[in-house]
Ligand binder design. Structure first.
Ligand SMILES: NC(=O)C1=CN([C@@H]2O[C@H](COP(=O)(O)OP(=O)(O)OC[C@H]3O[C@@H](n4cnc5c(N)ncnc54)[C@H](O)[C@@H]3O)[C@@H](O)[C@H]2O)[C@@H](O)CC1
Ligand SMILES: Nc1ncnc2c1ncn2[C@@H]1O[C@H](COP(=O)(O)OP(=O)(O)OP(=O)(O)O)[C@@H](O)[C@H]1O
Length: 565
């Protein structure tokens, strides 16, 4: 039976998940938050062999925005996990290693359950019978308390450790998310087949697994639950999030339309995903806001986490290439989250126009005016000017939700410009998005295209790359001016402008009738704004001098404060 497929883009997912986020940027509601109000998430896992996995999951939960993360682990792993981070509360549980305890959930975890917003079972659990028994008992206990569950890695193994699927633990529990990779799905399916009498083809075996996960009583449990089975996240090049609605025959699949991610498949990415799902699940339990969707909360939480992890993986790979490791991905989770979900309406996108600095192809006016007429020297100057602007663009000193873009003039340069941007930024900087400019000789049409692309997510700004005096404060000032103007221009010394910002997508006429590269540019731009019925600020920002000629360059040398970037 084919599922009903819902393809969700990142924009959809952001729209669906935002109402559940703790309101830390909401000045009216944030003061009422207390410690733990943004999520208390626990991990059950960690063994002598695997201390990293529970650490990745717990830290990912924190980086996603949870307040508190606990790890309940085998005593042999506790010291290592504690030593990885002082942020984690690590509790060694004898029950996970000592046979004498039979099949009980760790007592300290059971005590904590009433306070938890989600429990992730499995990362680094290992496959010792006692650990598996503990995991199964913990899932049951969590279910009794209505605690949302994420079951991953060896937590999934615990469901079929004796070869048959022990689906009863989770069957019909709508607050559980199972996150098998391809191998784990195969094992779960095989176990589902082994638990039923007839032999099955592959697709049948998935069908058997899905049926086994449905509620034996055909109704979901818990008031308001719209599904009657755990959610299944099938991880792969596209993550598919399966859920089942009572009384329907076919399952539904939310396909996360996000091609990003890293080609590097280092171990532990699944642990990061599991921790992030834990946080989003916890928030959906806590949220009192009405959801703009009929999709189940657990499916939306899973899709939202998938987007964050893919974005983090892509960012980590852009920075670390083949060396990308799980810690690198973990370190990108916070920024990825911020860009995906905290960029609220009215957010600002800032862009620079750039060409890859090749001698003879950039700053040709400057090269011609240098005594040496030296293309190489001119390209080096262009390079150093642009570096400063990219650093500033990418820098957190902008101190506001801001996506930075670099619009590259030659599409074929996009890849090497990406690498160049990645090389020049420091560890603390964000990665600018490198986007080709529209193929048009007219600067006005290129600016119109870039601003239109960016205004999709709020306000947009383009800054010059050859203005050494431009600082993050100018960008912030311009953004504030947009509160009271439709268009803001940063006046350049030569009659042009070094910055243009717009509150909304601009009409195409805004950049028509302007004689570019003349001293009339700013005046003509102001006139075009007024013709389009747009209010404009053209004198509120300081006049800055761009570097086009050798004269500009010597001015720059005489006034080193221009170098303040
Ligand atoms: N640093 C750590 O402590 C880590 C510990 N981990 C833990 O290690 C334990 C065992 O996990 P494993 O995943 O290795 O165990 P499995 O025994 O489930 O993996 C079996 C094999 O399947 C392969 N496999 C995975 N995805 C596949 C795919 N899509 N197609 C084909 N083959 C695939 C893996 O490479 C592995 O060789 C778990 O507890 C897990 O949490 C992992 O999370 C990785 C990081
Ligand atoms: N081929 C792929 N391309 C891009 N992203 C992928 C690909 N395969 C998996 N992912 C993503 O990586 C994340 C982790 O999935 P993965 O299959 O690596 O988990 P796992 O094998 O359980 O990991 P772990 O090593 O922690 O056990 C998921 O968010 C998934 O979307």
């Amino acid at each position: 039976m084919k599922p009903h497929v819902h393809v969700l883009t990142r924009t959809h997912i952001a729209h669906l998940i935002r109402p559940t986020l703790p309101p830390i940027y909401d000045t009216a509601r944030a003061p009422s938050l207390h410690k733990g109000a943004a999520g208390r998430i626990a991990i059950l896992g960690g063994s002598q062999d695997y201390a990293g996995a529970p650490y990745f999951a717990a830290m990912a939960a924190l980086r996603c925005g949870a307040d508190l993360a606990y790890v309940f682990c085998a005593p042999s792993a506790a010291a290592a996990i504690k030593a990885y981070s002082p942020e984690l509360m690590v509790t060694p549980c004898e029950e996970m290693e000592v046979e004498a305890h039979g099949a009980t959930a760790p007592g300290k975890l059971v005590d904590a359950l009433p306070r938890l917003h989600a429990l992730v079972v499995g990362p680094g659990l290992g496959r010792k019978p006692q650990a598996l028994r503990c995991a199964r008992a913990a899932m049951q206990a969590a279910r009794q308390h209505g605690v949302p569950l994420v079951v991953d890695a060896d937590g999934l193994y615990a469901l079929h450790a004796d070869g048959k699927l022990d689906a009863g633990i989770l069957a019909g529990y709508p607050r559980a998310v199972l996150t098998p990779n391809a191998m784990e799905v195969r094992r779960l399916c095989d176990a589902a087949v082994a638990s039923t009498s007839s032999a099955s083809s592959d697709s049948d075996s998935l069908g058997k697994l899905l049926s086994a996960l449905r509620s034996p009583t055909a109704a979901g449990e818990g008031a308001g639950d719209s599904i009657d089975a755990p959610v299944l996240c099938l991880k792969g090049s596209t993550d598919k999030v399966l859920f089942h609605v009572p009384d329907e025959e076919a399952w539904h699949s939310v396909d996360v339309d996000d091609p990003r991610g890293a080609p590097k498949r280092c171990g532990g990415q699944g642990d990061i995903l599991a921790g992030c799902i834990g946080t989003f699940l916890g928030w959906s339990k806590l949220s009192t806001q009405s959801q703009p969707t009929s999709l189940p909360a657990a499916a939306v939480a899973t899709a939202a986490a998938s987007v964050v992890v893919r974005s983090a993986a892509e960012r980590a790979f852009a920075r670390n290439h083949r060396a990308t490791g799980t810690v690198d991905i973990l370190n990108e989770v916070g920024e990825a989250f911020h860009l995906e979900y905290d960029m609220l309406e009215g957010a600002l996108s800032v862009a620079a126009f750039a060409r890859y600095p090749v001698p003879g192809k950039c700053k040709t006016r400057l090269a011609a005016s240098l005594l040496s007429r030296d293309d190489v020297q001119s390209a080096e100057i262009a390079n150093s000017l642009a570096c400063d602007v990219y650093r500033s663009l990418a820098s957190r000193v902008i101190a506001m939700p801001c996506i930075s873009h670099v619009f590259v003039s030659e599409a074929q340069d996009a890849e090497r410009l990406k690498e160049w941007c990645a090389d020049i930024r420091g560890k603390e900087h964000t990665v600018p998005l490198v986007v080709p400019q529209v193929d048009d000789k007219d600067l006005g049409r290129r600016m119109h295209h870039a601003l239109t692309c960016m205004t999709g997510s709020g306000r947009a700004m383009i800054v010059g790359t050859d203005v050494p005096g431009l600082t993050a404060e100018h960008v912030q000032h311009a953004a504030r001016l947009l509160d009271s103007h439709d268009v803001v221009l940063g006046p350049a010394y030569d009659g042009g402008y070094y910055l243009v910002a717009v509150k909304h997508a601009p009409p195409v006429e805004l950049f028509e009738g302007i004689e570019w590269s003349t001293s009339q540019v700013r005046e003509q731009q102001v006139a075009a704004c007024l013709r389009c019925g747009l209010s404009v600020s053209s004198e509120d920002l300081p006049v800055l001098r761009d570097v086009d000629t050798a004269d500009d360059l010597s001015e720059w040398h005489d006034k080193p404060e221009w170098l303040v970037l």
